[in-house]
Design a protein around this ligand. Structure first.
Ligand code: UD1
Ligand code: CA
Length: 454
């Protein structure tokens, strides 16, 4: 059976007071519409159709080929919006699921229940409803004596009696496709607003004797629609709670989940501990047994197992296992720390590979460099990688000892086992096992390297 979703996203979103289309506002780091697309992917078999209008180009650019799009211009209501998909979908789908792109908390499981309800229904459509004390401007559900749905009445046309009804229209529909395309041509233009309401299909079906069934939801939170930035923040909080709970259920510890900010689609291995005031953004992946935070921001980075990251900022970084960094360390794009690297306070690394066991305790800048295994970077060491025009590379061998406050003027190579004296300004390559001192540093003597103990 072919099941296709139509997502309505053409409305202006006036009350957001934004130049960004409403459905592109981020929630847990992903545009609102991403969440809606995730949810519908569970219960549908075909590529979804998104109805775009306001900000169409921006929305289409974001969607790429993750969805087909149709343009609704002008926007004459939710029924009119669905009509725009007729030429794309008529005869090509058995069931059509319609929902609104501004309800990012609606779960895939809920839409699956809706589809299941319609599959059992001899009639032409089923809908999602919720019972709530606060009607929030939602359409009211009118039931027939036999318990099926007779109509949806929008709040502004409801009678005082109808306004008392506590069952509300959530905004999720599943239609028999053949019936839908025909019925849309028969819904009346709403006299007050000159719009075509999708909700009027309910009364049409009921009058034709086709039973309309409702899946009654019990989680009110899922039905929050975003119309203002206040709603946006409510949805953000709810989504964050949901994300954190799923990580905790997968074996991640959070001592205070309310102060942990993890975007959607981030992977964290078990027995990792996320401390308060920690932010995980973008394409980030953490392995097992790490301790991250407090006060840490990680974006687009991959962390192995057993790392400790305290009060640090990482972006575009790769950490292997058992790395120990912070407090107050910063990794920028292309930083790669090998196993057991120790990076202490006030260091910055970008576009550099620190191989296994490198130690960099205090106040250093390492850029465009490769540092061999077990090398020690003294306090205040700087790779002078930029000559004002170009970046240059620094290559440092294994078991090197860089004295405190060494300036490494790139391009530069230091051989294995080399040493620099405190305050050296190194402008020329240093051979293996050689000590250089002074400014600019010059060779002093050849060194004996201790044999490795392990
Ligand atoms: C709609 C329902 C209401 C329900 C509520 C739940 C109708 C007529 N009413 O009301 O019963 O309780 O949602 O949130 O459907 N859109 C278009 N093109 C248009 C108009 C709207 O694409 O011409 C899109 C909007 O971008 C939005 C969605 O459809 O994503 C819903 O439209 P909106 O105007 O917010 O409907 P509500 O008044 O909230
Ligand atoms: Ca709405």
């Amino acid at each position: 059976m072919k099941i296709t979703a139509i997502l309505l996203a053409a409305g202006q979103g006036t009350r957001m007071k934004s130049s960004l289309p409403k459905v592109l506002h981020p929630i847990a780091g992903k545009p609102m519409i991403w969440h809606a697309l995730q949810a519908i992917s569970h219960s549908t078999t075909e590529k979804p159709v998104v109805v775009v209008g306001h900000g169409a180009e921006e929305v289409k650019t974001y969607l790429g080929d993750s969805a087909q799009t149709v343009l609704q211009e002008p926007q004459l209501g939710t029924g009119h919006a669905v009509m725009q998909a007729e030429s794309l979908l008529k005869g090509k789908s058995d069931l059509v699921v319609v929902c609104y792109a501004d309800m990012p908390l609606l779960r895939g499981e809920t839409l699956q229940k809706l589809v299941d309800t319609q599959r059992m229904n001899s009639g032409s459509m089923s809908i999602l409803t919720v019972i709530a004390d606060d009607p929030r401007g939602f359409g009211r559900i009118i039931r027939k004596g036999d318990g099926t749905v007779a109509a949806i009445v929008e709040e502004y046309v409801a009678t005082p009696d109808q306004l008392q009804i506590k069952e509300l229209n959530v905004g999720g529909y599943c239609f028999d496709s053949n019936w839908l395309w025909d019925a849309l041509h028969r819904i009346p233009k709403n006299p007050k607003k000159s719009e075509y309401y999708l909700t009027d299909t309910v009364e049409l079906a009921a009058k034709e004797g086709l039973p309309v069934h409702a899946t009654v939801m019990d989680d009110l939170e899922e039905t929050i629609g975003v119309n203002t930035r206040v709603h946006l923040s409510e949805v953000e909080t709810a989504m964050r709670r949901r994300i954190n709970q799923s990580h905790m259920l997968n074996g991640v510890t959070m001592i205070d989940p309310s102060s942990v900010y993890i975007e959607a689609d981030i992977r964290i291995g078990r027995d990792t501990v996320i401390m308060p005031n920690t932010f995980l953004h973008g394409k980030t992946e953490l392995g097992e047994r790490n301790v991250v935070g407090p006060n840490t921001i990680i974006r687009d980075s991959k962390i192995g197992n057993g790392c400790k990251i305290l009060s640090s900022v990482l972006e575009g970084a790769l950490l292997e296992n058992d790395v120990d960094m912070g407090p107050f360390a910063r990794l920028r794009k292309g930083a790669h720390l090998g196993n057991h690297v120790h990076m202490g306070n006030f260091g910055e690394v970008k576009d550099s590979h620190l191989e296994d066991g490198v130690k960099m305790g205090h106040f250093s800048y390492i850029g465009n460099a490769r540092i061999g295994a077990n090398t020690n970077i003294g306090a205040g060491t700087i790779t002078c990688n930029y000559d004002g025009e170009k970046k240059h590379n620094t290559e440092i061998g294994e078991d090197v000892f860089i004295g405190s406050d060494t300036m490494l003027v790139a391009p530069l190579k230091l051989g294995d086992g080399a040493r620099t004296g405190a305050g050296a300004v190194v402008t020329k390559d240093v051979p293996d096992d050689t000590l250089v001192v002074g400014m600019p540093a010059r060779a002093i003597r050849k060194l004996e390297r201790k044999p490795k103990t392990k």
